[in-house]
Design a protein around this ligand. Structure first.
Ligand code: ACO
Length: 285
């Protein structure tokens, strides 16, 4: 479709494979699948869920929200449901909101999902972007607990001055790759340091850094700037490409399955995306 090569993509992005949804698969289909797994793993009843937050920039429709389709798909009759748009930072935005809502005492159980199907917004004639993105979804159940674990610190931010760095022109995603690269390498370490300071935790105490999976060179640069050794930096961009709001929650799920993230571990998440938006979360598993 475009003038590119497997070698260029591997060298400049670190991506070797990705998943693209069939034409008749929508974001809500992937989100429902992920939500069912999360509900099963958390061993809860869908009726216990009080809020569904779906982070996505590729909703099935603007209304009803993708979250409402998810609600129907999983039978979470007692939940309020809504989407949130914060691009690649979306999942950590969702976690931050869920954390605040639970700490307010009004909610006990919140389903947070990050999911994307890029089909309709990728310009398949633009080699600068069409090689980067993949489809996927991940979900987490966030609940109140008395145990000394969970979200220790969370931070989200945005800067609309950079709105044009990644945006939708004539419905298609367009991006100034070089500018976004530089911004990501600066903003993600700053965001990560903020939650470390807030929780009074040193970078040496982190068991695993899970950064947004957009490009291997960005991931490595962020790890290096923070002083995290490569073996403590989680990477799966090679298998999925950039799944936007879904990257960090897919990465967490895989890290747990692979034994790279274990109960008691201290995990540091950091993301950035269109907006610009960014976020970081410090979490004791
Ligand atoms: N195949 C071959 N050549 C290509 C391709 C491709 N797929 N894409 C770009 N090129 C060319 C460019 O046209 C350019 O050619 P020129 O020198 O003749 O003009 C050359 O490669 C170098 O282009 P750069 O943009 O400098 O390439 P770079 O090494 O920076 O890699 C990339 C580009 C991969 C896009 C990188 O800049 C990047 O990863 N940026 C960040 C993307 C990102 O993190 N996005 C996350 C947010 S997305 C969201 O929030 C929804």
């Amino acid at each position: 479709m475009v003038d590119t090569s497997d070698e260029w993509i591997r060298q400049r992005t670190g991506i070797t494979e990705r998943r693209i949804a069939e034409d008749d698969v929508a974001t809500s289909d992937l989100c429902i699948h992920a939500a069912r797994w999360a509900i099963k793993n958390a061993n809860i009843d869908p009726l216990d869920i009080e809020m569904i937050l779906v982070a996505t920039v590729t909703p099935d429709t603007f209304f009803p929200s993708t979250a409402c389709y998810v609600q129907k798909g999983i039978g979470a009759k007692n939940a309020a449901a809504m989407d949130l748009s914060a691009a690649c930072a979306g999942f950590l935005y969702g976690l931050d909101l869920a954390d605040g809502m639970i700490k307010s005492g009004r909610y006990n159980t919140i389903l947070v999902i990050g999911g994307e199907v890029f089909n309709n917004i990728i310009d398949w004639n633009d080699r600068n972007t069409c090689v980067l993105f993949g489809d996927g979804a991940g979900a987490a159940i966030v609940q109140a607990t008395d145990e000394p674990k969970g979200i220790l610190a969370s931070y989200i931010g945005s800067d609309g001055d950079y709105a044009e760095a990644i945006d939708q022109k004539r419905d298609k995603l367009q991006m100034n790759g070089r500018e976004v690269f530089k911004l990501g390498v600066r903003l993600m370490p700053e965001a990560a340091q903020r939650v470390l300071r807030e929780a009074n935790v040193s970078i040496e105490e982190i068991d695993l850094l899970i950064p947004h999976q957009a490009n291997l060179r960005i991931i490595e640069a962020v790890g290096d700037r923070l002083g995290v050794p490569r073996e403590k930096v989680y990477v799966n961009v090679d298998k999925y490409g950039n799944t936007s709001a879904a990257t960090v929650i897919i990465a967490l799920d895989e890290a747990i399955r692979e034994g790279r993230a274990k109960p008691g571990d201290l995990l540091l998440f950091v993301t950035f995306g269109a907006g610009l938006t960014w976020g970081s979360t410090l979490l004791r598993l």
